[in-house]
Write a protein that binds this ligand. Sequence first.
Ligand SMILES: NC(=O)c1ccc[n+]([C@@H]2O[C@H](COP(=O)([O-])OP(=O)(O)OC[C@H]3O[C@@H](n4cnc5c(N)ncnc54)[C@H](OP(=O)(O)O)[C@@H]3O)[C@@H](O)[C@H]2O)c1
Length: 299
Amino acid sequence: MEVSLKVGIAGTGRMGAAIAERLLARSHELTVWNRTAEKTRGLAAAGASVAATPQELATKADVVITMLTDAAAIDATYRGARGLLAGDVRGRLFIDMSTVRPEVEKALAASVKAKGAALIECPVGGTVGPARDGKLFGFVGGEPADVSRARPLLDDMCRRVEHVGPIGTGASVKLAINLPLLVYYQALGEALSLCRSVGVDPARLIDIFADSSGGPNMLKVRGPAIAATLQGKETAPVTFDVDLIRKDLRTMLEEAAALGVELPLTANALARYDEAARDGIGASDATMLPAHWLRRSRK
Ligand SMILES: NC(=O)c1ccc[n+]([C@@H]2O[C@H](COP(=O)([O-])OP(=O)(O)OC[C@H]3O[C@@H](n4cnc5c(N)ncnc54)[C@H](OP(=O)(O)O)[C@@H]3O)[C@@H](O)[C@H]2O)c1
């Protein structure tokens, strides 16, 4: 059964905007807010209302979704003077979908609860295309009753929703899942440097990787974009940039330090991507990384 809700989205960057498009297509009554107002224009034209402040957004919506870069963005958007929690938000449900540390979600849940509202986290697997198509994978943490309340909306956004435990557990699982994926881009660049003398067309080579144990699931979807960059062609539209990867890897290393575990591969991958950013590709899509490594490592 289709349920139409009054939904607010704070943070209409690449992911937030794609989710907003999806929720409009599912006939929800949508209000959006973004720090940089011009990023809400396309959504306004598509039928969303635009709030002037996060505080206004939270008063207009029953459920508020946030999709923000990091802990600092969450702090500013929720706890700022005109933030989401500045007004009377009793009874509201907040869903944070940002990729951050578990501690950030736990502290946020406490701030939200102190205002008489509830928070669940739902960081996601999948990028802009799956977000637009409602095909994300949601890693949910929160109280069961709050998760049940959010369920119709989560099902509109995600192909699969896994409620893994209380608040913070979704963030832990999301960080863990991104680790092998993000290390893989560097691993692929290094693997290709071993076989570039074979002379096979990059598109065919990437297809071989994708169909073998040399490729994760991601390669089946992003393989053609990676092959294009290897052929020196235009990169795909930016959906997950190198700087955001660096933010995720730093977040994993901070979490590991807090847990007292070592992540040597992760630390090394971050050092490589820091170099790539210094080479000027921080704002480029992640699919650029293997081609960049090949260029960099060529003697
Ligand atoms: N891209 C992906 O494929 C992907 C996939 C899964 C999860 N994620 C996660 O989803 C989150 C958003 O990613 P994205 O790709 O949508 O990034 P993005 O396009 O860079 O959007 C980031 C959003 O955060 C806002 N923001 C940043 N700092 C802020 C601050 N101090 N105060 C208020 N708002 C602030 C930005 O506002 P402005 O427009 O004003 O800068 C923008 O709305 C991140 O946690 C990312 O790790 C991304």
